[in-house]
Design a protein around this ligand. Sequence first.
Ligand SMILES: [Zn+2]
Length: 258
Amino acid sequence: MKLTDTHAHLYLPHFKGDLDQVVSRAKDNGVTCILLPNIDNGSLRPMLDVCSLYPGFCLPMLGLHPTSVKKDYTTKLESLEKQAGAASYVAIGETGMDAHWDTSHIEEQEASFRRHLDWAIELKLPVVIHSRKTTDIIISILKDGYSGRVRGVFHAFSGSTEQAREITGMGFMLGIGGVVTYPRSGLADVIKETGLEHIIIETDAPYLTPVPKRGKRNESSYLIYIAGKIAQISETDASQVAATTTRNAFNLFKLNGR
Ligand SMILES: [Zn+2]
């Protein structure tokens, strides 16, 4: 089994006490690589520190999470931009738009998202998109001059089969995580229709813990439950899901040789 966790926040305080064990358990369960999306200016240093503790295994991204986008977002972006040379980033992210918690900065979120797309083009990196109640807006932004020039993933995808079709039609991947194990997630239809070729998997640790660990802190070793569920939906075995989604992730993030 060769798994790739394409989205985990292992630098958060949730992992302060036992990060070494979390990483060992991930390796013991076949995880070969973990990608760490950034959240804000404050998380950048802790993220890079984790990546230097596990070189070649934990790899960083550069971005400002949409829920961290407020009035002063341009200052934050400029300061992050100065860090573009501080590490070998595998992606721009996470970015996107979130209309679930708070819509008071939705225009700033859109402007920030567009700036991230420009970074992705400039730096020739894929983009990791967070879309919560904003999937249609994001699809239309991508169609407005970005589609074909940027590649990436809709992380924690939980939309419809129609949205999945539009997204994969633009060459983007669907990031599937613990939600696939929840009753009534609707992702089974999406996966059957989309096929494994357009899917990468992720934990979003410490959040979105899959069944049967739901209620606990999520960690990268739980990727096995996500791969298992996708295998059941796709009527194949987990090692096939692992191999295909890892190949997809290695292609998207250009992980070979890292
Ligand atoms: Zn995330």
